[in-house]
Ligand binder design. Structure first.
Ligand SMILES: C[S@@+](CC[C@H](N)C(=O)[O-])C[C@H]1O[C@@H](n2cnc3c(N)ncnc32)[C@H](O)[C@@H]1O
Length: 214
């Protein structure tokens, strides 16, 4: 099992045992008196990737671009252990909650932007060590390819792929193969792992930018 990033620990928090980070509560999750918050892998694809033992390469303190932040459940935990964390979400409603989550976190920067249009936030986002992607929309590989420009050469893409977002009727494995194949145009895929039992028909992918175009 790879080491957890600094700032992520396996702890008993309230009645739960599992991953936890230290920071202000964000969404009604169990907390303890020492400021630890339970990180439920059933509510978080990145949490599930850590829980299933994928080698994310996260050490803690990284600069992060998070695509598909929604109301901030996962990105709140990321901002607890990472460095500057840019959180892109294009739906105004969840962004309202995300702004509340960011109010308590000086390293979290919400951006009401479309992840398919990186040129609209390129002036704000510095080069990052990690892109985390959980957009659950058609064209998930294309979103990752469009945002590759933000990643350092030795950076990592940590991506959740939802099969049903690409094609509700196709065999999930066939969808995953196709997404990984497209992704390979710009990334070298280091690891792929199904996220069951935490998330049905989701694939976790760890990749790094490809140096030479294929
Ligand atoms: C599965 S939810 C994300 C959950 C979140 N990552 C978490 O773990 O707390 C997917 C989110 O991606 C957002 N999304 C989908 N396409 C997007 C795009 N092109 N740009 C920005 N956000 C997008 C959706 O609005 C939705 O809030």
């Amino acid at each position: 099992m790879p080491d957890l990033p600094d700032g992520v620990e396996r702890r008993d928090v309230g009645s739960e045992t599992g991953l936890a980070t230290q920071g202000p509560p964000a969404y009604g999750e169990p907390t303890d008196g020492a400021g630890w918050r339970h990180w439920n892998p059933r509510r978080s694809k990145l949490g599930a990737m850590l829980e299933t033992g994928m080698d994310t390469g996260l050490a803690g303190g990284e600069t992060v671009l998070y695509l598909g932040a929604a109301a901030g459940t996962t990105v709140s935990h990321v901002a607890d252990f990472a460095g500057p964390t840019y959180a892109v979400e294009f739906a105004p409603r969840p962004v309202r909650d995300l702004l509340g989550v960011a109010e308590d976190r000086d390293r979290l920067f919400p951006l009401l932007k479309d992840a398919r249009k990186p040129e609209t936030y390129a002036h704000v986002v510095e080069p990052v060590d990690v892109v985390v992607q959980d957009v659950a929309t058609r064209g998930q590989a294309e979103v990752a390819l469009a945002n590759r420009e933000f990643l350092h050469d030795d950076g990592r893409l940590l991506m959740a792929v939802k099969a049903r977002s690409e094609d509700v009727t196709a065999d999930p494995e066939a969808v995953f193969d196709e997404v990984v194949e497209t992704l390979s145009e710009g990334y070298e895929v280091l690891e792929r792992e199904r996220l069951e039992p935490y998330h049905a028909d989701h694939l976790g992918v760890v990749a790094r930018p490809r140096r030479e175009p294929r």
